[in-house]
Design a protein around this ligand. Structure first.
Ligand SMILES: [Zn+2]
Length: 146
């Protein structure tokens, strides 16, 4: 036995009495049903398209990830080599640089002529002379850092 919902019954004109009425209603509802069917089909098609698009972007994403993974794999050797080289560089020069790196370049001021000067790069504390030729006062590390 078929169970038909009231809405469908109404649409089909089953519940309404009267031959003529049913016939007319049937006509109207037929086109109405068709519209509904088309709507449903369109909706279905749209849903299918959405899924297809979803799959496509998913595939593209996976493809992209694959490319990335390949790029990482290809560059990993170079990256490790660069890191190793950098590590060697740091390890290779323990004596020339102070153990605590100064992030900001130091600026000293000559107490005699007030000329400002910075230590040369890689300065490890040897006495520095005032760059002012007319002054030329020599400063020890202790004096400079005081
Ligand atoms: Zn000076």
């Amino acid at each position: 036995m078929l169970t038909v919902s009231d809405t469908v019954k109404q649409k089909l004109g089953i519940s309404e009495g009267g031959m003529g009425g049913r016939f007319l209603q049937g006509q109207v509802n037929e086109s109405g049903l068709r519209t509904d069917l088309v709507k449903v089909l369109l909706e279905d098609e749209r849903e299918r398209l959405k899924i297809a698009q979803g799959h496509e972007s998913e595939m593209l994403r996976n493809q992209h990830l694959g490319t990335l993974a390949t790029a990482v794999k290809e560059n990993l050797g170079t990256g490790i080599a660069a890191l190793a080289a950098a590590a060697e560089e740091i390890k290779g020069s323990p004596g020339t640089k102070p153990p605590v790196a100064e992030p900001q370049p130091q600026v000293f001021e000559c107490g005699q002529c007030h000329t400002k000067f910075s230590p040369p790069p890689g300065w490890t504390g040897e006495p520095l002379k005032c760059p002012n030729a007319a002054c030329g006062r020599e400063y020890s590390k202790e004096e400079l850092l005081a």
